[in-house]
Write a protein that binds this ligand. Structure first.
Ligand code: OSB
Ligand code: MG
Length: 369
């Protein structure tokens, strides 16, 4: 399959409400979209890098730059299959989110040509998956309870609360008390606790609140610290930022650094590597769930395909389009009985709506052989 052309498109979608976490505040989704052209077939990928390098070192402007100048030029004019993309791009160090977006666009083109869905290609075993919603740091407990109430009313069976030192036990306890024991509840610290001792002291009271997990309490590279902290708490620890590949997953599990894994294709360099992370977890009996990065409908479609694999035994950060956007660039994903349907059309199963895409696009760069 010859990649005739790659387009790098910058889009900016306003969020319906600002999203605040220990990794900063997001007001808009500044996505970098990749469009591959193969004959008369197009393929789409979405780069999940945030606007600023606060969640990880990648950020949207940097990802666009590396895609335009270093990644896309290695593929255009070449005959490649999606399987081989990661190896071709491997000589460029780092930039997993940029690489993942390009690989996804190639996968989408290839699968559209084959008439096969991404879900089928990745090994999905379900056609619907449970939804989950991530709720940002709030400015008061009252405001948080109102926000969570809205999501529970909308049918979300699982809620994830962002926490940080000073915004942890009290808001989480308030949510548990208000919504009762049936709400699936978990928390995400984005690495904001600075030592094992401090994290253990602050987070120990969460052990009484029946949480599914505590996500990434400590820094990205602190596997030893997570293993130590995990022995001091009864609530399972889950890693997000630390999980950068299937090999990193094996190491984290072997060290006892986590009992649950959050996988994001962007963070591990692509959906094919994400499947290998899933495989490692399934073999080890470690529950895995699909993380989210405020994706537009394109990235959301791909996440849903991944989340339909058998090892995804916990609900992911997979919400309806309207959780983030008044107007998504694809047909919106909607909640149905607390679940989302996994797209079953060829490739991603969705395409951008041309008018909405044009309205939100502020730059397009075309890379030719
Ligand atoms: O840490 O999981 C995270 C969003 C952007 C960057 C990092 C994270 C998040 C979320 C939101 O928690 C997940 C979503 O898209 O619903
Ligand atoms: Mg996280």
């Amino acid at each position: 399959m010859r990649i005739d052309r790659v387009e790098i498109r910058r889009v900016s979608l306003p969020l319906v409400t600002p999203f605040r976490s220990a990794a900063g505040v997001e007001l808009d989704r500044n996505a970098v979209l990749v469009r591959t052209v193969v004959g008369d077939v197009e393929g789409w990928g979405e780069c999940v890098a945030m606007t600023a390098p606060l969640y990880s070192s990648e950020y949207a402007d940097g990802a666009a730059h590396v895609l335009i100048h270093h990644l896309a030029p290695r593929l255009v004019g070449r005959d490649v299959h999606a399987d081989a993309v990661a190896a071709v791009l491997a000589e460029v160090k780092g930039h997993p989110m940029a690489k993942a977006a390009l690989e996804l666009a190639v996968l989408d083109s290839e699968l559209r040509i084959e008439g096969r869905s991404l879900a089928a290609r990745l090994g999905a075993t379900r056609d619907r998956v449970p939804a989950g919603v991530a709720v940002g740091l709030a400015s008061s407990i009252g405001e948080l309870l109102d926000t969570v109430h809205g999501f529970v009313e909308a049918g979300y069976p699982r809620v994830k609360l962002k926490i940080e030192p000073g915004w942890d036990v009290a808001p989480v306890r308030a949510v548990r008390e208000r919504f009762g024991p049936d709400l699936l509840l978990q928390v995400d610290a984005n690495g904001s606790y600075t030592s094992v001792a401090d994290a253990a002291a602050r987070l120990a009271p969460l052990d009484d609140l029946d949480l599914l997990l505590i996500e990434q309490p400590l820094e990205d590279d602190d596997l030893e610290g997570h293993a130590d902290l995990g022995r001091r708490l009864t609530t399972p620890l889950c890693l997000d930022e630390s999980i950068t590949s299937a090999r990193a997953t094996e190491r984290a599990i072997a060290m006892g650094a986590c009992r649950v894994v959050n996988v994001k294709a962007g963070r591990v360099g692509g959906f094919l590597e994400a499947v290998r992370v899933h495989d490692v977890c399934l073999a080890a009996g470690v529950p895995v769930w699909c993380g989210g990065m405020l994706e537009t409908g394109l990235g959301r479609a791909a996440n849903l395909a991944l989340a339909a694999l058998p090892g995804f035994t916990l609900p992911g950060d997979l919400s309806a389009s309207d959780r983030w956007f008044a107007e998504d660039i694809t047909e919106p994903f909607v909640l149905d009985g607390g679940e989302l349907a996994v797209p079953d059309g060829p490739g991603l199963g969705v395409t951008p709506r041309p008018d909405v895409l044009t309205e939100h696009t502020h730059a397009v760069e075309i890379i030719r052989p």
